[in-house]
Design a protein around this ligand. Structure first.
Ligand code: NAD
Length: 543
């Protein structure tokens, strides 16, 4: 029972460590990498208090070294989905009734464990399991996940503090209840932080969760589960299962107690989930909350006043960091003819200078793409682009999966602004550039707005303030995260709430107060102090 209005320690973004040569953190991370490589992990599902292993044992390998076995996980079937749902429902009452400061403590402790003793284990897991270089792992698996945990606890307390006015003689209260039933988190491969945040943010608000991560992120998801357990998360609050998405979805979306989905992944998967939920809408106790952040075709729009070096750097980082496998990665660029030659030279020099290889060698800027399916899909896009006479591949265009799934960062220049690689999400290290006549800025803004069904991220690069203002207005609905004079990636929790609209999702901004509001169902309580005892109002009196 709470006997105080408690304040949360004010969150600050977790500082990003440099891992510079000779630094302490570099030595500790190298050691964590060696440890992880020298072991074979055995990763169960976590359902309630059980660690569940099945006959269906699957290997986990680094995308950049697919013959090395990092460990095994155990794939489940529909019976495990059922067990996980029952476990979440069983844990619900105690968890939902636990005072919020106790819930807060668990997640704040998890943040501190990740910032301290687990930092290098988690970064090593993300570097090996998802092929992220040191910096990409540090900003995702350590800093962003720590920020999600700390900022969300802060936002939760702000939400609880928001209370209505009360007229004389009454007291109005808002109670922020967890959703009735259980919730479902389905997470993508590309961010360890998203994997952790989607189930944690729902649990933080008093919900219990079935969490189904991408198979390619299980290695680091397991580390997060260990952290949550050490932080004191009770059994059954988050149940981590490795089951085919369709099988899990078919069971869960048919369940009366299904209360909400927190999804990040591709647009088509999300749209199919929404359809299934719609078809089953009459079966549920409540209208399920549907939150999904999905694909993108993110742009860099450049004005003729821009500095060419700033433009090329935004492309080199925005398009190629983490091999272009960020939902926010720049994949179409519109460059004015007056500065194209200069931008091209800088960009070619950058791309030529990238080292490509395994993450354990810290000098590699580019590592492998996530798996063979992704490798084949991206290579297919490159080959199709090569066949189009209106395209020219000016950098990269080669790939090799002998040891790992390596694709050379590829720059395509297209004379057709509607060519396939200008329009479709590729999710790999491929950027397409359309060079427009420098005087056609406004028409090109319209092209940017109309080219893709997505609206996730985009940038305008310009030194002309009128051009910046025009682009900001014309591209108002083209991106949920809009950048001025910067690359279109790298949103920071608490600073740039992240999410897109149109085909890119419900725009419920992960790591922001608006997102947490989706995981609570408000009850308004009105209490009257002197209760009326006569139904007659004064207007009924005779004159
Ligand atoms: P994905 O859609 O293939 O998988 C996402 C999750 O859905 C995984 O857990 C997967 O197992 C599950 N899944 C797949 N098919 C399913 C089905 N039929 N039913 C139920 N679940 C199913 O996406 P991915 O390859 O892991 O991630 C890349 C995609 O995610 C890209 O489209 C990217 O743009 C998007 N993404 C978006 C954001 C954002 O914030 N907007 C962030 C990260 C990634």
């Amino acid at each position: 029972m709470s006997t105080g209005f408690f304040s949360i320690p004010y969150p600050k973004n977790e500082p990003v460590l440099s891992y510079a040569s000779g630094s302490k953190e570099r030595a500790l991370l190298k050691k964590a990498l060696e440890d992880a490589r020298s072991k074979v992990a055995d990763i169960p599902m976590y359902i309630g208090e059980q660690e569940v292993r099945t006959e269906n044992k699957k290997t986990l390998t680094p995308p950049h070294d697919h013959q090395h076995i990092l460990g095994y996980f155990y794939e489940g079937n529909v019976s495990h989905v059922e067990q996980a749902v029952n476990s979440a429902l069983g844990a619900k009452e105690l968890w939902a009734n636990l005072s919020w400061e106790n819930r807060a403590s668990i997640f704040l402790k998890a943040a501190d464990l990740l910032a301290g003793p687990y930092r290098y284990v988690m970064n090593a897991a993300t570097m090996l399991g998802q092929s992220k270089n040191v910096y990409q792992a540090e900003i995702d698996a350590a800093c962003e996940l720590i920020d999600f945990l700390r900022f969300n606890v802060h936002f939760m307390s702000e939400i609880y503090r928001e209370q209505p006015e009360s007229a004389p003689g009454i007291w109005n209260r808002l109670e922020y209840r967890p959703l009735e039933g259980f919730t479902f988190a389905v997470t993508p491969f590309n961010f360890t932080a998203i994997g952790g945040n989607l189930p944690a943010s729902m649990a933080m608000m008093g919900n219990t969760v079935v969490w189904k991560p991408s198979y390619s992120q299980i290695y680091s998801a397991n580390v997060f589960m260990q952290i949550l357990k050490e932080a004191g998360l009770p059994d059954g609050v988050i149940n981590l299962i490795y089951v085919d998405g369709l099988i899990a979805g078919n069971y869960i979306f048919d369940h009366k107690e299904f209360a909400g989905i927190h999804f990040t992944g591709s647009t088509s998967v999300f749209q199919n989930m929404w359809k299934t939920i719609g078809q089953n809408i009459h079966k549920y106790r409540s209208y399920p909350r549907i939150v999904g952040e999905t694909g993108g075709k993110d742009f860099i729009m450049v004005h003729k006043s821009a500095n060419a070096k700033e433009v090329s750097t935004a492309i080199s980082r925005g398009a190629f960091e983490y091999q272009g496998q960020k939902c926010s990665a720049a994949s179409r660029c519109y460059i004015p003819s007056n500065i194209w030659e200069e931008v091209k030279n800088f960009l070619m020099n950058d791309v030529k200078s990238f080292n490509i290889g395994p993450t354990e060698d810290f000098s590699n800027f580019i590592n492998a793409v996530i798996d063979e399916k992704a490798f084949d899909r991206i290579a297919g896009y490159i080959e199709k682009a090569r066949q189009n006479p209106l395209n020219e591949i000016i950098a990269g265009g080669t790939y090799d999966k002998t040891k790992g799934y390596f694709i050379e960062p590829t720059v395509i220049v297209s004379k057709d602004p509607s060519s396939v690689t200008m329009c479709e999400e590729i999710f790999g290290p491929v950027v397409t550039i359309y060079v427009y006549h420098a005087e056609n800025f406004e028409q090109t803004l319209e092209l940017v707005d109309n080219t893709s069904p997505y609206a996730l991220t985009g940038s305008i690069i310009s030194r002309d303030r009128y051009a910046i203002e025009l682009a900001t207005q014309k591209l108002r609905n083209s991106a949920g995260n809009f950048y001025i004079n910067d690359k279109c990636t790298g949103a920071v929790v608490g600073q740039q709430p992240f999410g897109g609209a149109r085909g890119s999702g419900t725009n419920d901004k992960a790591g922001a107060k608006v997102n947490l509001l989706r995981w609570t169902s408000l009850r308004t309580i009105k209490e009257t102090f002197v209760t009326p005892t006569d139904y007659r109002y004064p207007f009924l009196d005779k004159d």
